[in-house]
Design a protein around this ligand. Structure first.
Ligand SMILES: Cc1ncc(Cc2csc(CCOP(=O)(O)OP(=O)(O)O)c2C)c(N)n1
Ligand SMILES: [Mg+2]
Length: 545
């Protein structure tokens, strides 16, 4: 048994099921160990940001560890933005970076790929991971690996493992595991008692759910709790797509002034808002019509439960939900049951009219109604706002950290990890960043359907700065390039052509399908328009500094 095998066995024991990566000389020997061991399949991509996004997406979708393996310096530092996104969005991503061996560290040379010092990379990754280890001692390695992987799962945040290349084949003991943190039963009992008392005394209790209920695999349990309490449920912007397929009275996605008024009234008017796994971010609450009354709010996040102005520490969200389920019963309050969110609009007018983002939502909803739901990976741009008008299905998107470049690698990561065929939504600007990763599909047989919102513009920025001519982009004719990348391309100008291309793409398996939807510059989705109006309104309403 060597250290690489110990690490691979530990990754598998903790739930990882694949590795995404790009090799370099500092990690070549480890990549060979991965291939020889056959414990986890290795998928190589073309640019390290995509490696991080793909591993992130597999972790989100499959609710398990995602693994990204890269070389030291140029590789790992190329992936910083993707790892920062995983940190912000609470994704259990394991970063494995090759590194110089002990001998070369003493060589007296500045080593290639070195930034300031040989430890600069570790220092940088300390800022965007919740735990770190340098595997330079084989005797400690099994315990160190177990500690770091346990941290990754407990906190649902990235961790950093630096693997010096002279340690890859070092004799090493078998992988071990660390026990999960213990929850104090008395503290849990007290916390549950207070939560239920507040919900029972409330006039309008509402359940708002966020990303942690996915990260800890408790969506079905939360749906069960909502039924037991007879509470209406809304998702946050980041949590859109959560509880898809669960049996719960889902109001829809809370978007403040940018979303359906009934949901906004229910969430902002609640005197007992139970927030499970909700990140208190500007994208989730930045467009609130009225400030949410936090004195009545209950927030379970990051391993603690905050109630009004006091906190119960070390109470994991799953332990809380399990204990609530045991003691929950129908609440006395008549749940505020606003009219449910408007159903996702279907019925595309398949005519000769030009295409707008809302037409793409209709076309997708029609397709999902006919062919069944598909998981969606969305990039940042109007495509994400458009996705909010689509069927409630699994939606992967960095809605809070909001980095571009996520969509295509995320769809690849979702399918590589064993997911169904994904639908990828991406703008032309974001496609210019990482869309070329589609060229890797042919090697592995991945066949996502990709809709490129080609408005020849950084339109989301134009929405906030209409006079900014620098948001103009040229027309790259992406569909023409699909075949050379191993896929099939369709360039569509009208709603009829869009529907025909989507029908054809759905019927074609075995290679990626790229639908380049030409959207007139300046035409935005209803949701983005409302979001921008809401932000502007709130900015004007905000008291002058
Ligand atoms: C890595 C990174 N760099 C810049 C930016 C800033 C930005 C946010 S939205 C946007 C324009 C997106 O254009 P695209 O054509 O993809 O989509 P659409 O708006 O529908 O036309 C930019 C440049 C972000 N978020 N991430
Ligand atoms: Mg664009």
């Amino acid at each position: 048994m060597n250290l690489s095998r110990t690490l691979l066995d530990a990754l598998h024991q903790h739930g990882a099921r694949e590795i995404f990566g790009i090799p370099g000389d500092f990690v070549l020997a480890f990549f060979q160990q991965v291939v020889d061991a056959g414990v986890l399949p290795l998928y190589t991509l073309s640019h390290e940001p995509a490696v991080g996004f793909a591993a992130d997406a597999s972790a989100r979708y499959h609710t398990r560890l995602g693994v990204a393996a890269v070389t030291y310096g140029a590789g790992a530092l190329n992936m910083v933005n993707a790892v920062a996104s995983s940190y912000a969005e609470k994704v259990p991503l394991v970063v494995i970076s090759g590194a110089p061996g002990a001998g070369e560290r003493q060589s007296g040379f500045l080593l290639h790929h070195q930034a300031r010092t040989l430890d600069s990379q570790l220092a940088i990754f300390r800022e965007i991971t919740c735990d770190q280890v340098v595997l330079d001692d084989a005797a400690r390695a099994p315990a160190d690996i177990a500690r770091v992987l346990r941290s990754c799962l407990t906190h649902s945040r990235p961790v950093y493992i630096e693997l010096p290349r002279d340690m890859v084949d070092a004799p090493c003991g078998p992988a071990t595991t660390c026990a999960a943190a213990h929850t104090d039963p008395d503290a849990l009992e007290a916390c549950v008692g207070e939560v239920l008392a507040r919900l029972r005394a409330a006039r309008a209790p509402v359940l708002l759910v966020g990303v942690e209920i996915r990260r800890f695999g408790i969506e079905a349990k939360v749906a069960q709790l909502a039924r037991l309490l007879n509470m209406p449920v809304a998702t946050t912007f980041m949590g859109s797509g959560l509880m898809a397929g669960c049996d719960a009275s889902l109001l829809g996605t809370y978007l403040g002034v940018a979303g359906p008024a009934a949901i906004t009234r229910a969430v902002e008017g609640s005197d007992a808002l139970l927030m499970l796994g909700v990140i208190i971010s500007d994208t989730n609450f930045g467009v609130s019509e009225t400030a949410i009354d936090m004195r009545g709010a209950i927030l379970a996040l990051d391993g603690e439960v905050a109630i009004a102005h006091h906190v119960y520490p070390r109470i994991g969200i799953e332990a809380l939900v399990d204990a609530l389920i045991v003691r929950a019963g129908p609440l006395p309050a008549e749940p505020v049951a606003p009219e449910p969110a408007p159903p996702c609009v279907r019925g595309l007018e398949a005519d000769g009219a030009p295409i707008g983002p809302d037409d793409i939502a209709r076309a997708v909803n029609d397709a999902m109604f006919e062919h069944g739901r598909m998981p969606i990976a969305a990039d940042i741009g109007d495509c994400l706002f458009t996705a909010l008008g689509m069927e409630n299905t699994a939606l992967l998107a960095p809605g809070y950290y909001a980095t571009m470049g996520y969509g295509v690698p995320a769809g690849i990561g979702l399918q590589a990890g064993g997911g169904e065929r994904p639908l990828i939504l991406v703008g032309d600007g974001a496609f210019q960043m990482t869309g070329w990763e589609l060229g890797n599909c042919q090697r592995y047989g991945w066949d996502p359907i990709v809709i490129v919102f080609n408005n020849c513009s950084w339109e989301m920025l134009r929405a906030f700065a209409p006079q900014a001519a620098f948001t103009d982009l040229s027309d790259w004719h992406f569909a023409d390039m699909a075949a050379s990348l191993g896929g099939q391309g369709y360039r569509v100008q009208t709603r009829r052509e869009l529907q025909q291309a989507l029908t054809q793409a759905l019927a074609t398996r075995g290679k990626f399908q790229l639908i380049e939807a030409m959207i007139p510059r300046g035409v935005q989705s209803t949701t983005l328009t409302r979001f921008v109006q809401g932000v502007r309104r709130l900015q004007h309403a905000a008291p002058a500094k």
